[in-house]
Structures are given as structure tokens and as C-alpha cells.
Design a protein around this ligand. Structure first.
Ligand code: ZN
Length: 211
């Protein structure tokens, strides 16, 4: 599965549904436990790994490091899940999973930057839900779920409560930080957070050791 060309991933349904839903807030009594020095080092190393493998803009990396607390419950697992706690400016991941890290860091980035852009983002996601260009099939599929819901799964979508923040983070992890997968009208919302990779670069998620 390593080094597959980007185009081979665009129409892959693998993990499609997993990307539709964001992790829920945990009832985890272990959340406030103080990490050991070794754990803190491991968490810092994982963040470096995320920022190395995925095209986070240097300014965003700096801002996230300096302004957001980043914590991981279990460094030895990559099963996923996590949350963004805005009052504490804290990202918590249950495990060291790239997808969850991208998703929750995108929440942290968008939290204040969204103000005044909410309707524009929702409009762009509505447009993506009707996107017919096969190059953007993955994101169009996600957008359709966000806009129209998945009634057979009891998922109402994110339009009913105009949940731009979950649309934003969902598409960030949906493309795994690679905005080449986004239609051009969605990319401006991610400028500053992610850099646009060259056309011939592999999809970073395809050469990562796990999702
Ligand atoms: Zn989320």
C-alpha cells in the first residue's frame, strides 16, 4: 500500500464512513492525569511526526505549538478518536493516530478564524456536495453526507445546525491535510493551515505507517 499514486486513492471507499463522523467527547476519568516525562516526550515526538509527514504550514505549526495544549491518552495505539476543548485550548487524542491529530488540530485552528467565514464555508461545502469532477470524488462524497445526511444511518448531516466547525475539521481529516483533494473553491479556507503539495507528490496518508 506504500507509494500508491494519489489518483489510486481518490476513488477508494476505504474508511469513507469513518471520516464522516467526528470523535465524541469521552467519559474518560483518566483525562486529567499528569503525563510522565517519558509520555510528554512521546507526545512531543508524535506532534513532530505529524508535522513532518503532513503539509502543515510552518506558521500554523508554530501557532499550534505555542497556543494549543496537545495530549495523547495512549501513545502505543492508533485506533483513533479525540476531542478539541476550546475553553482550555486543548487537543486531546485517545491514541497516536494521524487522522485524529489532523482533525482535532484543524478544529483548534478554525475555532477563531471561522468567525465571519461560517456561511462562506458552508456554501462551499454545499457546492462540493454537487461536485461532478471525479478528481474530487472523495471530498464530494463527504460533502454530500455533511449536507444531506445519511438517513439510513441516522446521521442528519451538519447543515441542519449549520455546523461549519465539524465540516471544516471533517474535510481536513477527509483529505488528510492534502488540499489537492479539495475542489479549488474549498482550498482558500485551509490556506495558512496546510500547504499545497506539488502535483506529483504522493498522498502523505498513503506513505504513513497508519491512518
Ligand atoms: Zn470534530
Amino acid at each position: 500500500m506504500r507509494n500508491r499514486p494519489l489518483s489510486a486513492w481518490l476513488t477508494s471507499p476505504r474508511r469513507f464512513l469513518a471520516w464522516l463522523f467526528s470523535p465524541s467527547i469521552p467519559a474518560d476519568t483518566d483525562l486529567e492525569r499528569r503525563p510522565s516525562a517519558a509520555e510528554a516526550t512521546g507526545v512531543a515526538a508524535f506532534l513532530v511526526d505529524v508535522f513532518t509527514r503532513f503539509p502543515f504550514n510552518p506558521v500554523a505549526r508554530k501557532w499550534l505549538r505555542e497556543n494549543i495544549r496537545f495530549e495523547i491518552g495512549n501513545l502505543n495505539s492508533s485506533t483513533g478518536g479525540g476531542f478539541w476543548h476550546p475553553e482550555e485550548k486543548r487537543v486531546y487524542l485517545y491514541t497516536a493516530q494521524y487522522e485524529a491529530a489532523i482533525h482535532e488540530l484543524a478544529h483548534a485552528w478554525w475555532h477563531t478564524r471561522r468567525l465571519g467565514q461560517e456561511d462562506a464555508l458552508i456554501g462551499a461545502v454545499q457546492r462540493a456536495a454537487s461536485e461532478s469532477d471525479p478528481a474530487y470524488a472523495r471530498i464530494a462524497g463527504l460533502a454530500r453526507g455533511y449536507i444531506h445526511g445519511l438517513p439510513e444511518q441516522g446521521f442528519p448531516g451538519f447543515l441542519t445546525d449549520r455546523n461549519d466547525w465539524e465540516m471544516y475539521a471533517g474535510l481536513a481529516s477527509g483529505c488528510m491535510a492534502d488540499i489537492r483533494l479539495l475542489p479549488p473553491y474549498l482550498r482558500p479556507f485551509y490556506v495558512g493551515l496546510f500547504d499545497l503539495l506539488p502535483p506529483d507528490a504522493p498522498w502523505p496518508a498513503a506513505i504513513a505507517p497508519h491512518g
